[in-house]
Structures are given as structure tokens and as C-alpha cells.
Design a binder for this molecule. Structure first.
Ligand SMILES: *[C@@H]1O[C@H](CO)[C@@H](O)[C@H](O)[C@H]1NC(C)=O
Ligand SMILES: *[C@@H]1O[C@H](CO)[C@@H](O)[C@H](O)[C@H]1NC(C)=O
Ligand SMILES: *[C@@H]1O[C@H](CO)[C@@H](O)[C@H](O)[C@H]1NC(C)=O
Ligand SMILES: *[C@@H]1O[C@H](CO)[C@@H](O)[C@H](O)[C@H]1NC(C)=O
Length: 341
């Protein structure tokens, strides 16, 4: 192979010319996500001097130098004051810096810069961001009743208090995620929906239900789910409204996330309703909390068609009323009878 031969020649040439060797920065490693209060965050900068000697390793946060390691100076290690940076000197060295007690101020862009000695003074650097997260102090579901009957309206709100950034919230009802419709259109369900319309059948599964679903987004941030539908697999899509709110900024600058859920209890919820709210911040944090609430059948209202079954109801009907209903019954029977003859 011509290419390989050429490559070998180039490598040989390079090996024979000392000036062609350079200091290389192999890797910079900064933990991308940390939580407030984290101790012992390790920043690493791995380099290869390729025969040159090291002059210095410097670390910067947002272009402010906070760490300098110079092997030929005394002391070798110097630390400079930068907001949010507490260096553990004893455990930091040439290729590693250990930070303690991270705070929100520790977030930023970290840069490692390695310089070679004279005569070349070659310098290589690499950067990486670190995000510091404050996890929510508390989360809860508000507004759930101790029990529901079929037909009741469930109106609950999930709160996740005091985090940075604001946590994202999602709702699940009996293990089924309640999704805002426009997100559903946006990803894989959108494809299913197309299939559904072409096939004209239920093969699209849950996606098919969105065909006729009206939805809107109002000023208060209400998104409406599509109408309930039964696909061929008799999978029930919950009809629900998600109420989204802007995160509330607390006096200490932390944020509270709020997501409301409103839906009507359906016969298939009979027995138990499981409401689950999940709160998460990127890949750093997630927490899920749930409430299990008993669901009873609708109690029959004690009136009209069922009056003869309810002792309560019939005792409250005055006798005139009873007589009227009995009269009406016979009258209609008589009419029916005479029409048949
Ligand atoms: C961050 O953590 C420190 C120590 O754990 C704590 O004192 C401080 O209140 C926390 N800050 C926030 C904003 O949660
Ligand atoms: C870091 O936290 C430790 C205990 O967790 C504490 O003793 C120390 O004073 C803190 N250091 C700084 C610089 O906040
Ligand atoms: C849900 O509850 C909130 C307050 O708890 C109330 O403001 C809102 O009107 C309720 N919505 C419905 C549809 O019941
Ligand atoms: C029966 O009637 C009484 C008094 O009117 C009422 O307090 C009670 O709830 C009723 N019971 C039923 C099952 O409707």
C-alpha cells in the first residue's frame, strides 16, 4: 500500500528530527457536573513532554489563574485566591489538582496550561466546563385527596423546592408517563402517528391517539392532552392537562419548579391510583416520589331511576310523589298495551 509506505517514511523522518517532537497534552479531565458541597473534586491534566523538560503547569478558572506548579522553583506549588476555589495543596501535584468544598461559585470553565522549558517554551492548553448543581431541598405532591371516586377530578401539583438550576418535573399516572403533546409530536411518536394515518389502523399504538387530539398552549402554560382513545391493544391513553409554570426564584437565588396535573378518574383506575412525580437535574440528580390513593366506584346518587333500591330515597319521597311515579308507570304500560293492539 502506497499510503502506508508514505506514512512510515514520514514517521521515520519525524523521529530523526528532534525539533519535530513536541509537548503533547493528552487529556484534560474536569468533572462536568458536581453538587454543591462536594469535596475532593479532581482536575487532571495529562501530558507528554516528549523529551523536553517541564517549565510549568497552570490552572485557570474563567481565565483567572488559581494554581501554578513550577518544578524548578521554591515553593514548587503556588495557589491564588479565586472565588469558589479551595485547593487541597497536599493532594495536588504536577498532573492533578484537588478542589474541596465546591460551591455555586466553583462553576465555570477550567483551563490547564502546560509549558516546556527554554529554548522552545512551547505551551499547550485545554479547557473544560464544570457545572455545579444545588439539589432540591425538598419535593412534594400537593392537593391529592385521601380517596377518589370514579368521575372525580384529580387536581394535584408537584413542587421541587430550592435547586439550581431548576429541576425538571414529570408526572406518571399508574406508571404511565403523562407527556405534553408537542413533545410527543417532536420525537419518535411523530413517526408512529404518520404510520397510523397511512395504515388507517391501530398499529401506531399510543401514537395513534394523537390524530384527533386538540391541544393548545395558553398564557398560563396549559398543555392539553389529546382525547382518550382505545387502540387495538386497548391501551388507554390518559386524558390529562399539564399545568406548567415558570420556575419560582427564591430570595436566595435558588429555584422552585412547579408542575400541575389535572384529570378525571376513569373506571379503569378503580382500585388504586398511583401518582408519581419525578424531579431531575440533568444526569446529576433525580428523585421520584409517589402517592397511592384508593379509588372507589361512583356512589349512585339517591334519586330518579334508582329510588326503589334506596331505602333512604324512598323514605324521603312524599307519598304523593310515589303515587305519581306509580301512576306514570301504569299509564305508560297502558299506552304501550293499547298501541300493540
Ligand atoms: C452549599 O453547600 C454548603 C456546604 O454544604 C452549604 O453551607 C450551603 O448552604 C450550600 N449552598 C446552597 C446554595 O445550597
Ligand atoms: C470545607 O469543609 C470542611 C468540612 O466539610 C470544613 O472543615 C472546612 O472548613 C471547609 N473549608 C472551606 C475552605 O470551606
Ligand atoms: C386546581 O387547583 C388549583 C389550586 O389548588 C385551582 O386554582 C384550580 O382552579 C384547580 N383547577 C381545577 C380544574 O379544578
Ligand atoms: C340517608 O339520609 C340521611 C338523612 O337525609 C343522610 O344523612 C345520609 O347520608 C343518607 N344516606 C345515604 C346512603 O344516602
Amino acid at each position: 500500500m502506497e499510503g502506508v509506505a508514505l506514512f512510515n517514511i514520514l514517521v521515520l523522518v519525524a523521529l530523526q528530527i528532534p525539533g519535530a517532537l513536541t509537548l503533547t497534552l493528552n487529556m484534560i479531565s474536569v468533572p462536568p457536573h458536581q453538587t454543591n458541597g462536594t469535596d475532593n473534586a479532581e482536575l487532571k491534566c495529562e501530558f507528554d513532554m516528549e523529551g523536553e523538560s517541564l517549565y510549568s503547569v497552570k490552572w485557570y478558572k474563567d481565565d483567572h489563574e488559581f494554581y501554578r506548579f513550577v518544578p524548578n522553583e521554591h515553593p514548587q506549588l503556588q495557589v491564588f485566591d479565586v472565588n469558589g476555589i479551595h485547593v487541597d495543596r497536599h493532594r495536588s501535584s504536577r498532573e492533578k489538582v484537588v478542589l474541596r468544598n465546591l460551591t455555586l461559585d466553583s462553576a465555570g470553565t477550567y483551563k490547564c496550561e502546560v509549558s516546556a522549558e527554554a529554548p522552545n517554551f512551547r505551551t499547550k492548553s485545554g479547557k473544560q466546563d464544570m457545572v455545579v448543581v444545588v439539589i432540591p431541598s425538598k419535593a412534594e405532591i400537593v392537593g391529592a385527596r385521601p380517596k377518589y371516586q370514579v368521575g372525580d377530578v384529580v387536581n394535584v401539583t408537584c413542587y421541587s423546592y430550592g435547586s439550581k438550576p431548576a429541576a425538571s418535573l414529570t408526572w406518571k399516572v399508574n406508571d404511565q408517563e403523562v407527556t405534553p403533546i408537542f413533545e410527543t409530536f417532536g420525537d419518535h411518536h411523530g413517526v408512529q402517528r404518520t404510520n397510523y394515518q397511512r395504515d388507517g389502523g391501530g398499529s401506531g399504538g399510543g401514537g395513534g391517539g394523537y390524530r384527533d387530539g386538540g391541544y393548545w398552549k395558553t398564557d398560563s402554560g396549559v398543555r392539553r392532552m389529546p382525547s382518550e382513545m382505545k387502540s387495538s391493544s386497548s391501551h388507554l391513553q390518559l386524558q390529562a392537562e399539564l399545568r406548567e409554570y415558570q420556575p419560582r426564584v427564591e430570595p436566595d437565588g435558588l429555584e422552585t419548579s412547579i408542575l400541575g396535573l389535572i384529570f378525571k378518574v376513569k373506571p379503569h383506575h378503580l382500585g388504586e391510583l398511583k401518582l408519581e412525580c419525578r424531579s431531575s437535574i440533568g444526569s446529576v440528580y433525580w428523585q421520584s416520589f409517589q402517592e397511592k390513593i384508593p379509588v372507589a366506584p361512583r356512589e349512585q346518587p339517591a334519586r330518579s331511576g334508582n329510588w326503589w333500591r334506596s331505602a333512604n330515597a324512598s323514605s324521603r319521597l312524599d307519598t304523593g310523589g310515589v303515587r305519581f311515579w306509580i301512576f306514570a308507570l301504569f299509564a305508560s304500560l297502558a299506552t304501550f298495551h293499547s298501541r300493540c293492539l
